[in-house]
Design a protein around this ligand. Structure first.
Ligand code: AMP
Ligand code: GLY
Length: 426
């Protein structure tokens, strides 16, 4: 089969790495890809959101199956467009992608189908939102409705902070995404991510994972796309995972089908494990990044038939096998990230690590690199995801940081404590 992966980040590198290992994959392309992905796939210079160009490429190249990584093209209807032209594509329709594309849509669905989530109110009138905040008092959570690259959420400990968040939204900081705001009760607990493959009616749980959103050690500082991740997540034991499937994932899959938007693809639930059980914080309609990197390292089954079964509505007969080991990913980012940073700085030391990764238990996934002659240059904020397997999270952490220390990139940094919660718990 000829496969196209859409996207350019560490998540897409992990997907390409896993798909390239499938005996079903005869040719692998990635649009637009990156310097690391080019080791496994032919990179084609088409942006992930250039829907018509992607369609034309699929037709010219006779692509059999498309796997879409990021949310923006899903919400914009890439899968609908490809399928309408007879090209099979993994991922939700635009209508089903509203689960990520609109927080208000998801909250209403949760309300209608009794899916546990924080209490909420929606506002299009920002003065009414402010009046509500003053009447309710803090703490509370203010969210811009649409896609805001993970930056549209303020957990406000004071009324003033919440009002300032409304002002930021009113000033147009989130563009269209801020046309509506959702104000939620503040939940307390430990966060975890839960992933399931869904075929429209059946959900197959993948493994749990935890990521580290804050830029600094100890989970302090501004939020990022994710500075590291590990799997399994000790907080999500088997009993809790079963509860999440029963109370959150399966009711959502049923609800989406009942509403006329059957969901196919990866359903990624951001959870708060609160005292009274798991609560849904948000849905994403794609793999997490960097959670995908640790999941792909732990998956021992061939990923491609699983993605195809999700597309074909045949997950009911499917099973996946996972390695017992833990996986941990340390993200290396450009100095300055998540603020402004330089591009084009040189990264040394990757070639030696590449020669050693044959056993598949240490892989440096690239999130933002370009290959220039025989050098790798940084081309993004998050640049590398150094990912290792180990008998425990602690072992995986030691191996990952061992590799990080062999990468020579003065213009980059990483957190030194990825996995601390799991290690403290052990
Ligand atoms: P979201 O994009 O909705 O997942 O929100 C981003 C982050 O804000 C989450 O990972 C949580 O850390 C935090 N958050 C969101 N909603 C709530 C809530 N209702 N209570 C407490 N924290 C929240
Ligand atoms: N790591 C968080 C995300 O992919 O949204």
């Amino acid at each position: 089969m000829k496969i196209l992966v859409v996207g350019a980040g560490g998540r897409e590198h992990a997907l390409c790495w896993a798909i390239a290992a499938s005996p079903l994959c005869e040719a692998l392309y990635c649009a637009p890809g990156n310097g690391g992905i080019a080791r496994h796939a032919t990179c084609v210079d088409i942006a992930a959101d250039a829907i018509e160009d992607l369609l034309a490429f699929c037709q010219e190249t006779e692509i059999d199956f498309v796997v879409v990584g990021p949310e923006a093209p899903l919400v914009a209807g890439l899968v609908d467009r490809l399928e309408a032209e007879g090209i099979e594509a993994f991922g939700p329709s635009a209508a089903a992608a509203q689960l990520e594309g609109s927080k208000a849509f998801t909250k209403e669905l949760c309300g209608k189908y009794d899916i546990p989530t924080a209490g909420f109110e929606r506002f299009t009138d920002l003065d009414a939102a402010k009046a509500h905040i003053r009447a309710r008092g803090a703490p509370l959570v203010v969210k811009a409705d649409g896609l805001a690259a993970g930056k549209g959420v303020t957990v406000a400990q004071t009324v003033d902070e919440a009002l300032a968040a409304i002002d930021a939204i009113a000033s147009g900081a989130f563009g269209e995404a801020g046309a509506e705001v959702v104000i939620e009760d503040c939940l307390v607990g430990e966060e975890a991510s839960f992933f399931a493959l869904v075929d429209g009616k059946t959900a197959l749980p993948l493994a749990g994972a935890q990521d580290h959103k804050a830029v600094g050690d100890g989970d302090v500082g501004p939020n990022t796309g994710g500075m590291g991740a590990y799997s399994p997540a000790p907080v999500l034991d088997k009993a809790l995972a079963d509860q999440v499937m029963r109370e959150i994932i399966e009711p959502t899959v049923k609800a989406m089908a009942a509403e006329g938007y059957p969901f196919k693809g990866v359903l990624y639930a951001g959870l708060m494990i609160a005292e009274d059980g798991p609560q849904l914080l948000e849905y994403n309609v794609r793999f997490g990044d960097p959670e995908c990197q640790v999941l792909m390292m732990r998956l021992s089954s061939d990923i491609l038939p699983a993605l195809m079964a999700a597309h074909d509505g045949e997950l009911g007969r499917f099973d996946l096998r996972w390695r017992e080991e833990a996986a941990l990913c340390v993200v290396m980012a450009a100095n300055g990230y998540p603020g402004s940073y330089r591009k084009g700085t040189e990264i040394d030391g990757l070639a030696a690590l590449e020669c050693e990764d044959n056993a598949g238990d240490l892989v440096v996934f690239h999130a933002g690199t370009q290959r220039s002659d025989d050098k790798y240059l940084a081309s993004g904020g998050r640049v590398l995801g150094v990912t290792a397997l180990g008998a425990t999270v602690k072992d995986a952490q030691a191996r990952a940081y061992g590799a990080v220390d062999r990468i020579d990139w003065p213009d980059g940094f990483c957190r030194r404590d990825i996995g601390w919660r799991a290690i403290d718990r052990a």
